[in-house]
Every structure is written in structure tokens, then in C-alpha cells.
Design a protein around this ligand. Structure first.
Ligand code: CA
Length: 222
């Protein structure tokens, strides 16, 4: 099931989109300002973002710039009342995948959103079956791991943790983010399980592959 992040400060519009998407089987979450939008987008649990431009805090175009600047590939559809060509161009040049102006018909938003999700799926299937960093490769289809020519066995949880790092090379991942993605939200945040599993990965994949960033978390050296 696809999960959509709705960045919208107008509660009526946010709720309208949310209701429509949910009735079509999507999961949704709403961010009402730039700060939450950025935090939630970087968290990596969403498949697509619908982005309003006029927001409290930072403007939507700034959010776009920050996310793309960090290498975040999340598909983004701008949904804005601004219909001037300069803003549209800025949106596309800033890395938006689509641009829809308000007032809008929900059906049109839905169609565009589905197109974006489909092209993302195709991309994932064809281009990202094998993730490689240095001499370590993860085959996402067979779930086989190789270090150089050597095959390594990774249990499911370790593989998922490795995959999470490999999808965000060079990016600092906090313990909370890793817990959320690999173990699910219900895990005790005080647990040291992330550190233990990072230790397993270091032993199996190379001791200097994942570095500790003090007070912040871990980072895969790319
Ligand atoms: Ca707005």
C-alpha cells in the first residue's frame, strides 16, 4: 500500500485530499508546516509527497530544494494556487515531478499521483535490484550479499538494516530512524538493538563500512 505525505497548511484542503486518497486505498499523513514536512520526508517511509508552496516557515520551493540537495528521490507533486510560469519553472527545475494548480479536481490529482508511483516502481524494479557500495553488493531480489567475491549470509533483519544503509549512502541515519524502518515503530526506543546489529554488519561486511557519528547515529561511508 502506498503512503502519501500531504504537505498542506490549509486544514480543509489537507482533509479533502486525505479523505479522497484513503477512500482509494492509500495511507496518508499530513504535515502542516515546513519543519514537519522535512522531518517526515527524510524519514523515508513515504512513497510520494504532495507539496503546497505557501506554507508557514519555509516556502514549498525551499523544502524541495533542501530535499533534492540531500539527494532525496521521493516523488514530489506540487499542488499550489500559484499558476505563474516562473513558479512552475522553478518547481520543475527544483526537482518536482509534477505541478498541479489549485483549484484542482481530485480525480486529476489521483491520476497524476498514480503515474508518478508507477514510474517509481518501474525504476526500482529495473535499476535498483543490486545496490553496491565499495566492494559490497546487495542483491535485493535474491537477498544475497557479497563482499568482493565472497558470499555472506545475512539473516532477514540484518539484510534489511544493510539495505536501509545502502539506500542512503553518506547520509546520517539516527537510531530512531533505523528502529522505525527495520524493527517497526513499536520497538522500545531505549533499546541498544541498533548498535548491536550495526556491530554484526561491521563484522560481516567490513569494520569501516559504517561509521559512528557521535550523538547523531550512523553513516554508511560511500
Ligand atoms: Ca498554503
Amino acid at each position: 500500500m502506498s503512503k502519501i505525505l500531504i504537505v498542506e497548511d490549509e486544514p480543509k484542503i489537507a482533509t479533502f485530499i486525505e479523505k479522497g486518497l484513503r477512500s482509494h486505498g492509500f495511507m496518508t499523513a499530513i504535515a502542516g508546516d515546513a519543519k514537519h514536512a522535512l522531518l517526515m520526508a527524510i524519514d523515508g517511509e513515504f512513497d510520494l509527497m504532495i507539496l503546497d508552496l505557501g506554507l508557514p516557515g519555509k516556502d514549498g520551493l525551499q523544502i524541495l530544494e533542501e530535499l533534492r540537495g540531500q539527494g532525496e528521490l521521493l516523488p514530489i507533486i506540487i499542488l499550489s494556487g500559484r499558476d505563474d510560469i516562473q513558479t512552475k519553472v522553478a518547481g520543475f527545475e527544483g526537482g518536482a515531478d509534477d505541478y498541479l494548480t489549485k483549484p484542482f479536481r481530485f480525480e486529476e490529482l489521483l491520476v497524476r499521483l498514480r503515474v508518478r508511483l508507477r514510474s517509481r516502481d518501474n525504476h526500482t524494479n529495473s535499476d535498483e535490484i543490486v545496490l553496491k557500495i565499495r566492494n559490497v553488493t546487495l542483491d535485493l531480489r535474491t537477498r544475497k550479499v557479497k563482499v568482493g567475491d565472497r558470499s555472506i549470509e545475512l539473516p532477514a533483519r540484518e539484510f534489511t538494516l544493510a539495505e536501509t544503509f545502502f539506500r542512503h549512502p553518506g547520509q546520517v541515519m539516527s537510531r530512531e530512524q533505523l528502529l522505525d524502518r527495520v524493527w517497526g515503530y513499536d520497538y522500545d526506543p531505549g533499546s541498544n538493538i541498533v548498535d548491536v546489529y550495526v556491530g554484526y554488519l561491521r563484522k560481516k561486511l567490513g569494520s569501516d563500512l559504517i561509521e559512528t557519528v557521535r550523538g547523531m547515529g550512523y553513516r554508511l561511508r560511500s
